[in-house]
Design a protein around this ligand. Structure first.
Ligand SMILES: NC(=O)c1ccc[n+]([C@@H]2O[C@H](COP(=O)([O-])OP(=O)(O)OC[C@H]3O[C@@H](n4cnc5c(N)ncnc54)[C@H](OP(=O)(O)O)[C@@H]3O)[C@@H](O)[C@H]2O)c1
Length: 228
């Protein structure tokens, strides 16, 4: 498998480190070496950790290559009917606002917390996220995913501080108790590990259908199959 890595900043740099360790063939694209169709077509999988706005400008080019894309870029919206567009062209993409494999366990825990309305009359959810000062989007893509998994309205507060990689804290409060769930990313390699896991999946799993897949959906499906 030969990988085209878009962006070798704080997160893409970790993907690069892991690719070097595993001796995976690769090319790096950034502001100095912009991707072109010809250059990308020498690869089997594209991984992006570009800022969302930059990634968005490359979407038409990436679709044209027909190469599978693993997208970790956040802070952008997908073009309309994008999943259908990929299906029509027989292309497979996987995206995640947070490629940490542990996020799948967090998702299960949030699904349990989402049942609060079955036992409480009076409760509320709130979410606080903290990231480094260079992060462009707020609230974080992960915070928005957590909110959608919880399925309840909630206030989200965003703090930008020092070089914090990413802390998310969801709190369920009633007048008499509080339950908090915290995920603290200690090293960006968790995102790089997840993105490379997704790259292997899209390259090797011939049964993966064309379209735009959320990484967490793929893992949850695998967890379900394990349990059966
Ligand atoms: N999904 C996840 O699990 C996850 C985890 C962490 C971060 N992220 C997201 O990943 C993205 C990158 O984050 P980061 O902290 O790694 O950013 P970063 O350190 O600023 O790195 C950005 C990289 O993108 C390149 N770049 C920027 N604009 C470009 C353009 N127009 N054309 C080509 N290359 C360009 C930069 O190259 P130059 O230095 O040459 O400009 C740099 O290599 C953000 O959207 C962030 O939210 C996602």
């Amino acid at each position: 498998m030969k990988i085209a890595l878009l962006g070798k900043g704080k997160t893409g740099g970790k993907v690069l480190e892991l690719m070097l360790l595993a001796e995976i063939k690769h090319t790096i694209f950034d502001s100095q070496n912009n991707p072109t169709i010809e250059k990308l077509q020498e690869h089997d999988v594209i991984i992006s950790f570009l800022p969302g706005e930059a990634f968005k400008t490359y979407i038409p080019l990436l679709v044209e290559t027909k190469i599978p894309v693993i997208c970790g870029s956040t802070g952008m919206s997908w073009p309309l009917e994008f999943d259908q567009q990929l299906k029509d062209k027989n292309i497979k993409w996987i995206y995640a606002t947070n490629f940490s494999l542990g996020m799948n366990l967090v998702q299960q825990m949030i699904l349990i917390l989402s049942r609060a309305n079955k036992i409480y009359d009076n409760f509320k959810f709130s979410l606080n996220e903290i990231h480094h000062t260079k992060k462009l989007d707020a609230p974080s893509g992960t915070a928005l995913s957590w909110k959608s998994w919880a399925g309840h309205e909630m206030d989200i507060t965003s703090i930008r501080k020092d070089d914090v990689i990413g802390i998310h804290e969801l709190t369920l409060s009633t007048p008499y108790e509080e339950i908090s769930l915290i995920h603290n990313a200690l090293d960006r390699r968790i995102f790089a590990d997840g993105a490379l896991f997704a790259a292997n999946k899209v390259f090797n799993d011939k049964l993966l259908a064309p379209g735009l897949h959320l990484f967490q959906d793929i893992i949850q499906q695998e967890l379900k199959e394990e349990l059966q």
